[in-house]
Design a protein around this ligand. Structure first.
Ligand code: ASP
Length: 327
């Protein structure tokens, strides 16, 4: 009887069109899923995406393919996802750039708060202030003196307006009351290649990419952007303890889908994300790179929505005060 009732109910729902999402969710996913990364391959966002794509794919029973869509500090990719079919086969991972874009860009082809469904927060990532290996300053005190004496002669890489490397660089220049010659890249993956090659002097980047390079002594590191030293880099002082009082940048990341993606599909992806973050291999990789998985109450649509709304309110005035924006 129960089974008959259920199939009659589904029949009615399908007949009146309400059950499209339900029908879709029942078979979802029945083909590979694309996870869009808004920066070039090899950078910290790409590293995190490729790491969690594997266990998520296992949970969902379909391959999760990472696709890099680059440009304009991540807003080109954000626009792509906002326009994608809301069927669960296009997902998006982005960091706090989702919250800073509305203040940085006078014209955006998407509405950060209206064009997306929220899946959950993914990870919080500290940053490190680096220089190319043979940069003259041996420590932060020497860096401060050198940068203030050489201003525009010093180049600082970032991943474009709205990237966290851009934001970290701005906070660093403001703290030192100086401006540097900033060089934008499609992501801090390619930026790091130039830092390692000696083509650019400084870069502020996330530990997801920089911990192995620091440990292999392939770059100079001046400090971390957390208020406490990192377990994996105990000898690297914080910028706060070296005089940049309160200098803190911790990069939160969220996972999104296009507005209109059916709730049952969002639920399935959320379950897979939560399982991935609790996967022992992911927990170990996160620990090795000083990445912090949010508490499970934040790995929810409401947890991400709350974070995004709060961060838009927080960063708007900071960005407007700094007078930074794209035309
Ligand atoms: N997260 C960006 C990347 O993965 C870098 C940035 O935002 O600065 O390249």
């Amino acid at each position: 009887m129960k089974k008959q009732l259920k199939s009659v109910l589904i029949g009615c729902l399908l007949a009146c069109g309400l059950g499209q999402g339900l029908a879709q969710a029942q078979t979802y996913p029945d083909k590979p899923i694309i996870l869009v990364v808004p920066f070039a391959a090899g950078g910290p966002t790409d590293v995190v995406a490729r790491m969690i794509a594997i266990p998520m794919g296992k949970s969902l029973g379909q391959t999760v393919l990472v696709e890099n869509t680059v440009g304009a500090g991540g807003t080109i990719a954000t626009q792509r996802v906002a326009r994608a079919a809301p069927n669960g086969y296009t997902l998006f991972i982005h960091h706090m750039g989702m919250a800073t874009a509305p203040a940085l860009y006078k014209k955006l082809n998407f509405d950060t708060l209206k064009d997306f469904e929220y899946i959950g927060q993914v990870v919080d990532v500290p940053m490190t202030l680096l220089a190319r290996k043979d940069f003259p300053a041996k420590n932060f005190a020497e860096l401060k003196t050198y940068v203030q004496a050489n201003k525009e002669k010093v180049s600082m890489a970032n991943a474009g307006l709205g990237a966290v490397s851009h934001l970290c660089g701005l906070l660093f220049m403001t703290a030192l009351d100086t401006t540097l010659n900033t060089i934008p890249y499609k992501g801090t993956g390619p930026a790091m290649n130039d830092l390692l090659g000696g083509q650019v002097d400084l870069l502020c980047d996330q530990t997801s990419q920089t911990v192995p390079l620091i440990k292999e002594n392939r770059v100079k590191v001046y400090g971390v952007t957390t208020l406490k030293r990192l377990e994996v880099l105990p000898n690297v002082p914080t910028l706060d303890e070296q005089g940049l009082k309160g200098f803190e940048v911790k990069v939160w990341h969220g996972m999104y889908a296009p507005k209109g993606t059916p709730a049952p599909v969002i639920d399935k992806v959320n379950v897979a994300l939560r399982a991935a973050l609790q996967d022992p291999m992911i927990k170990q990789r996160f620990k090795d790179l000083s990445l912090e998985a949010p508490s499970m109450d934040k790995v929810t649509p409401a947890g991400l929505k709350t974070q995004l709304e709060a961060e838009i309110i927080k960063w708007g005035p900071v960005i407007r005060k700094a007078g930074i924006y794209a035309d």
